[in-house]
Write a protein that binds this ligand. Structure first.
Ligand SMILES: [Zn+2]
Length: 421
């Protein structure tokens, strides 16, 4: 073969590759449009995407064959023939969302519209036992797959929430400083191998924000500050409609935001970090410190964990109310600072203390009123997230859906059931 002939062949194959790629990209545009609109006609698709009717018909064949889209009767006509309506099949695939929390492991299975099909939760000290946690995760995932009809055939991908910052470029690694017992490994490759589907991972606060933004209280909001109160204090930031992770995935790590320079010494080197004042262990430690002032409190006489503190506050126990009031004060200092930096439209709280609703929100709102110059001009809403304790696992499932829609190869994958162990 002469060099010129070889070059011509190469050019021809590159051109073919480019055409295939363009075709895939247009097919994805169509898929996302139908998902967003739920139902839409071919004519409307061609109008919105600037494609000819015949191109749309041609590109749709793949999506119909893969059962992502199906025909759903005829719609209203604006003069000519009545158009055939196409609908997105929400139940054509399922995803799993896993929440590895401080004291619980939970797994949800949802369809492609975030509809909850299964919810499983087990109390477990996941931070201290990676092997035991992985075993429980497998069991819960297997239960979901076995229970939901055809899930072994239609599992598309898995999302995982980890209680630690995750570098989006290196999701297989986690911080050894924050969860030392996991030895810096998130274990997502093992999950990928076991279930034979792609696995994505992010931290809990980011996923709480994502879930509330897609399905919860912040659906109509493009700039959201979601704060999760747990063993640490984390923020998930939706800025301009997108999750903001920062350069290395550490954005929103509020645990080490100092709100009192004369406060307790924190392991990070600062004093008065939120970790030392609002985290679950800090609130529980506060019970012991204040017990001498409130000897009759049920927290002094009985259980004094975070759930007991919340229950006591709901029963108007003065010790619990003082602890919550102090936590609200510390949180409000952090929130008013962040309002001026980020200018969110909405602030949502999730995790510990949020069962208390207005007992927690009222003092924070009062502080926001007087301490934020900018907020008087553009006051953000302050609310409790609406997805409750399932928010993080639902967020992990949402990340799996989001990843599938941004990765054309994943959606086209012929699903073959993994070997579930
Ligand atoms: Zn600190």
């Amino acid at each position: 073969m002469t060099e010129i002939t070889a070059l011509k062949k190469l050019n021809k194959s590159s051109k073919k590759e480019l055409e295939d790629q363009n075709k895939l990209s247009l097919t994805d545009d169509i898929l996302r449009l139908v998902w967003r609109e739920h139902k839409i006609s071919r004519a409307e698709i061609s109008r919105r995407l600037g494609l000819s009717r015949s191109t749309v018909t041609d590109l749709m064949k793949d999506l119909i064959n893969l059962n992502f889209i199906s025909e759903d009767g005829v719609g209203e006509s604006s003069g000519g023939r009545k158009p055939i309506v196409l609908k997105f099949n929400d139940d054509s695939r399922v995803v799993l969302g896993i929440d590895i929390g401080a004291a619980n492991i939970s797994v949800v299975m949802t369809n492609l519209r975030g509809k909850l099909l299964m919810w499983k939760e087990i109390k477990y000290p996941a931070r201290n036992d990676p092997e035991g946690s992985k075993r429980i995760i497998n069991e819960l995932c297997n239960e979901c797959v076995a229970t939901v009809k055809d899930a072994d055939q239609t599992l598309l991908s898995i999302g995982v929430s980890f209680p630690s910052p995750i570098d989006p470029k290196h999701p297989e690694y986690i911080s050894e400083n924050i969860i030392p017992d996991w030895h810096g490994k998130s274990g997502i490759e093992e999950l990928r191998d076991k279930f034979n589907v792609p696995v994505c991972i992010d931290n809990d606060a980011n996923l709480g924000a994502l879930a509330e933004h897609w399905w919860g209280a912040a659906r109509s909001v493009d700039d959201l500050l979601y704060i999760r109160i747990s063993n640490g204090i984390g923020a998930g930031l939706i800025l301009g409609g997108k999750l903001y992770r920062g350069a290395k995935g550490i954005a929103g790590e509020m645990s080490h935001m100092s709100v009192d320079p004369n406060g307790k010494q924190c392991g990070c080197g600062l004093r008065g970090c939120l970790a030392t004042t609002v985290s679950a262990w800090a609130l529980e430690a506060r019970v012991a410190t204040l017990s001498v002032l409130y000897p009759d409190s049920p927290l002094v006489k009985g259980e004094s964990d975070i759930i007991a503190i919340e229950n006591a506050a709901l029963n108007n126990d003065p010790l619990a109310l003082q602890i919550v009031s102090e936590a609200a004060e510390q949180l409000s200092i952090a929130i008013t600072s962040l309002i001026n930096i980020l200018n969110p439209e909405m602030i949502l709280l999730g995790g510990n203390l949020t069962r208390l609703d207005e007992i927690l929100l009222k003092p924070i709102r009062a502080k926001m009123e007087v301490c934020s110059l900018v907020s008087t001009v553009n006051k953000p809403q302050l609310r409790i997230g609406t997805l409750g304790s399932k928010a993080i696992a639902i967020g992990a499932a949402t990340l799996a859906i989001q990843q599938a829609f941004s990765d054309p190869k994943l959606l086209r994958k012929n699903i073959t059931p993994g070997v579930l162990q």
